[in-house]
Design a binder for this molecule. Sequence first.
Ligand code: URA
Ligand code: CA
Length: 445
Amino acid sequence: MRTTDLIIKKRNGYSLTKEEIEFLVHNFTQGNIPDYQMAAFCMAVYFRGMDMEETTNLTLAMVNSGETIDLTAIKGTIVDKHSTGGVADTTTLVLAPLVAAAGVPVAKMSGRGLGHTGGTIDKLESIPGFHTILSKEAFIEQVNKIGVAVVGQSGALVPADKKIYALRDVTGTVDSIPLIASSIMSKKIAAGAQAIVLDVKTGSGAFMKDTEEAFRLAETMVGIGTRAGRETVAIISDMNEPLGSAIGNALEVQEAIEVLQGKVSGPLRELSLGLGSYMILAAGKAKDFAEAKGILTGLLEERRALAKMKELIEAQHGNPEVLENLTLLPQARGKLIVKAWAEGYLAEIDAQALGLAAMVLGAGRETKDAAIDLAVGLKVHGRRGDYFKLDQPLLTLYYNEEKRMAEAMKYVREAFTFSPSKVEKNPLIYGVVTKKGRESYNGLL
Ligand code: URA
Ligand code: CA
């Protein structure tokens, strides 16, 4: 087999066989195929696409490029959740204790944040003492004991994805549906997921700006999961504005805790209930969506998910007193309330611009190894469609370094648009994709 022939075959629009795809992935990971040939191949895929069989074969070849995690020692079905990347999206911190409280084991491996979206591991580290590194044995033991563990991702999973993504990032081939879908699904499968619930974001703050494209990405990922023997469901959710109101590590932990305490409702709680319902359905703990949602709503209302959060924090050496005293989380020295500089309906709240504002305050990393400030960030005091009077508090900035404020304010100013005429609220969920196809979301919102 010659790499050149495979590039030409894809360039001419033909489908590659399983053996051909395995040859490419294996030899590229081993360093036998140079970057320029893999880059050319990715560009051919960008223009020609891949059918479902090729995309599944690509995913499985990537899974086999490195270590995989065997979670069969855990009792029950391991259902993993993945979001394609949101701002003020801390559903994982709500879902992990909530789903575990429903009796479904949560063995979660999460990443750190990069750029304007936050990472679960960074957020958890804002809980004083919380350990995010566990041995594989301790991880499995903890899940079997209390039903939940959340740890940092191992570097050895899917080395092919690391190498291919680095190339795509600099060759204009990131936004190809088969390449995105195989990248995401290979990591979920390698991490031991037995069923997968996906949150595919659409809108100005998402990877997929266009809703139809988001549905297509969801269909491709559900197709891969189904062919790979993992029950997979995707929710298509809105990212035209931030999901919750807080952006920043400790601030997002606080908001998640407030959802578990029953003090915060709204889209973060709703989406968590929607995703969680599909998770417990996939694990066979409910007969239909309505029953699943009823179970989870009850667990929230009875504070059983909050009690599970306490167990999780204790098991990973964090200070559980944060649940009663949120000021034990890292606190920023400075606080600035920004008032509405115009009057009218909020027509736009640009999630990406607000994510960047939080990042320049120190909440996010510009490069992979940069240090972050867990205390800083911002809170938005309204949603799209809300009416604001002049000088009404619009958002609060939490900062430690005054010198970063000017740049943060530049993004804040860009993020909001006011309109004199009434603005429709965005739907939170646009639909669901299951192995049977597209379905409307009947989550009783
Ligand atoms: N997220 C991933 O993990 N991979 C992609 O290709 C895009 C987003
Ligand atoms: Ca996130």
